[in-house]
Write a new protein. Sequence first.
Lengths: 331, 163
Amino acid sequence: MTMPASRVARPSTIEEAVRLLADNGPEAVIIAGGTDVVPNLQMKLFAPRVLVDIKPIRVLQGITIAAAGALRLGALTTLTEIVGSPLLQASYPVLVSAAATIAGPLQRNMGTLGGNLCLETRCLWYNQSHFWRKALGGCLKKDGDVCHVAPGGKRCWAAWSGDSAPALLTLDAEVEITGPRGRRRLPLAQFYLNDGMNRIALGRDELVTSVYLPARTAGRRGIYHKLRIRDSIDYPLAGVAVTLEVDRSGVCREARVAITAVNPAPLLVKEASEWLVGQRYSAELVDRVAHAAIRTGKPLTTSASTPVYRREMVRLFARRALEEAWKNGNA
Amino acid sequence: MPDRVNKAEITCTVNGETLSLKAYPMARLLDVLRQELRLTGTKEGCGEGECGACSVWIDGEIANSCLVPVLQVAGSEIKTIEGIATGEQLHAVQEAFISCGGAQCGICTPGMVMAAVNLLERTPHPSETEIRMGLAGNLCRCTGYMKIFEAVVRACQATGVKA
Ligand SMILES: Cc1cc2nc3c(=O)[nH]c(=O)nc-3n(C[C@H](O)[C@H](O)[C@H](O)COP(=O)(O)OP(=O)(O)OC[C@H]3O[C@@H](n4cnc5c(N)ncnc54)[C@H](O)[C@@H]3O)c2cc1C
Ligand code: FES
Ligand code: FES
């Protein structure tokens, strides 16, 4: 397959990139590692006039210590760098656990954290060739006016299918966004809009420049579990991230559970912290939280596996991840 | 409608040789290698990043050349399957693929070899799991993988494979 002809701009500073985005409006699309955007271009899901290649922007690379002991991950940090980072392995194991399951080794070499946080949402009816989609008359998200997943509604249910976002939600991470009006920081939970068509709170003239992991969540036990068709290389069909802080006597002091690939956004399971903090491990309690996780998830027929199966896997993963993190530390 | 886009002048190094070539910025690295440079060892399987048939090294890291607009490799160092042997002397991994029957139709083979050599350059004594993980981005529809796996084990046998 070929890509639509576009100009490729290669800015070397954030300011230059922002200017290119502002000048070209909806005609510009950012490319970083390209592992998500290139297949989508080939399927003619969009045909930008300018592709803004942010890879030459040096300051977007690398993992550094920031103010107040926070860790800053540049948007261009690759998934391979995350998986191999001794600092992250020691302090934020849930992120390493999740990043290691993203795609396969080749895509992890190319794919960036920024790209992973800004992925297009995915759906059986959307991620198809131009020919395939045209034969069906398009869908709500692209070239049509019917959602084939929920035909009565006016809402797009394409699933958020990234793996690092749920892990970062359980670490209270923040994203730094830069645009013509400067930089702003947003809790990651507010970055996701839970709308298949308008997935993230990012202006056309903005880019994600960094991710911050706060010092207070360093050292939390954590693990990520994911369902996929091929275990060597595939997007998630359901995923659960868990972080826990457990004191010496076995009492939970902090807890987060987040789910992915079963809604148009990665979502925190709100009840988890409320119900787990102050408690000791019990199978009943873990079951109750796992049940809350499947009530938060709303899998629909956006993928080839059934919603019922994906729901049950959310329950199983939530239970398993909580058990592992509670009993075995970093599992 | 997208504007008319002109070819761009791109300088990069391919298998040790520094080249200057003219290509459309959005041409895939895969196509430039195969069609402009006539390096047809690199194969196209899926064309969407799923199979690894198009694996090459970009600045020492293995990557899918079907996912890379060629302008992105300006200034980079590329290695393709043609750069693995030394003249007529095949690489130990290539020899092992032959002696173990690690290739059938051959479409996945250049990518498999690129992944295996890359793995051994980083990890000369990989464990079995490391071998499996190192080849996880490369699909094969013919061999059932075991002979490929055995070929990689044999290639590093001189010094033995970690348990
Ligand atoms: C076969 C295959 C399997 C995959 N499996 C998985 C998987 O299991 N899990 C998973 O999460 N992903 C998967 N992916 C997708 C992808 O590899 C990763 O999500 C990767 O992290 C994307 O990063 P990138 O740099 O390649 O993004 P790109 O493709 O460059 O960009 C992705 C999107 O983000 C935007 N973008 C990129 N950087 C920024 C930025 N700094 N600011 C604002 N917008 C930005 C782009 O405009 C684009 O819309 C898979 C891809 C392939 C080809
Ligand atoms: S052709 Fe590039 S991954 Fe299949
Ligand atoms: S030998 Fe045919 S695909 Fe591997």
